[in-house]
Design a protein around this ligand. Structure first.
Ligand code: MGP
Length: 262
């Protein structure tokens, strides 16, 4: 099957909530709902999220700062012109990348149809619906196809099945940057002094790095992540890894590891 961009907007479903009042909000999400305006400044303009998306959505000031810091474009050679947000969720980071106006193309990938419908809707609220290409699919599958095409093999690894990629998504990997804000597999990072990234589920650090390389990629990770595990991914002399803690009101929300292209 060919993986292609979503045409038009997916329909919002009963999973695409906009909670107006605390009494409607499941208790495990109430903490996030109280922070709704720092998550989406325009929350009141009918921002939609699936219940799962609340846990992983990047607060807007952090998303904007990450978009600003993304070592894109004019500083790197070759110029980086495309950014792919491989875990788009409800759209927080993808929207910030589009708002930054630093990229010729912003692509958002999301596996869950209802969550993708929320992301598309939220992008429209922020006025950037036309600036984003959405893909409904599994991001690891997408990355494998992208690399197959870049290497000149279009068949993929399936049992003889063609794993095609729409021509519009056959990107030049040397000018593409990946951003990944994966599920962290729960909130155990809060109780650990140092979070073991090999235990992150469903994709651990090595799996994500392997899927994204050789492209430049930025990984949005728990604030307590083990820096030694991140440093080990890049052999001595193969480039510099930058790790930035992103804080709000003096407390870190998460770290981003900026991994160089190979
Ligand atoms: P948090 O740790 O639940 O909240 O999430 P906080 O503010 O540290 O709470 P406290 O209990 O320490 O007061 C902090 C931020 O981490 C969220 O806003 C998300 O941006 C991000 N985040 C949390 N989780 C569980 C995930 C996740 O699974 N994936 C991703 N990508 N980000 C997450």
């Amino acid at each position: 099957m060919t993986l292609r961009p979503v045409e038009g907007a997916l329909p919002l479903t009963e999973k695409c909530h906009h909670y107006d009042h605390i009494s409607e909000v499941p208790w495990e999400l109430q903490k996030y709902w109280h922070q709704r305006y720092s998550i989406f400044h325009f929350y009141d303009y009918d921002i939609r999220l699936t219940d799962d998306a609340w846990f992983g959505v990047t607060p807007e000031p952090v998303a904007i700062k990450v978009a600003k810091d993304m070592p894109s474009h004019n500083h790197s050679t070759p110029r980086k012109s495309t950014i792919i947000d491989i875990f788009a969720g409800a759209g927080g980071n993808t929207i910030a990348f589009a708002l930054s106006e630093k990229w010729d193309r912003v692509i958002g990938i999301e596996k869950d149809a209802a969550t993708l419908a929320c992301a598309q809707h939220n992008a429209a609220v922020y006025g950037v619906a036309d600036a984003i290409t959405w893909v409904h699919g599994d991001c690891l599958d997408f990355l494998a196809r992208l690399k197959d095409h870049a290497n000149g093999t279009s068949k993929g690894k399936g049992k003889g099945k063609k794993k095609e990629l729409d021509p519009f998504l056959q990107l030049d990997v040397s000018s593409t940057v990946i951003f990944a804000s994966p599920p962290w597999g729960g909130v155990s990072y809060r109780d650990q002094d140092v979070f073991d990234l090999s235990t992150m589920e469903p994709y651990n650090l090595e799996t994500l790095h392997e899927a994204c390389r050789p492209m430049e990629h930025a990984l949005f990770l728990p604030r307590t992540s083990d820096l030694r595990q991140i440093a080990k991914l890049v052999p001595e002399g193969a480039g510099k890894v930058e790790v930035v803690q992103y804080c709000m009101e003096g407390a870190s929300k998460a770290m981003v590891a900026y991994m160089p292209a190979e």
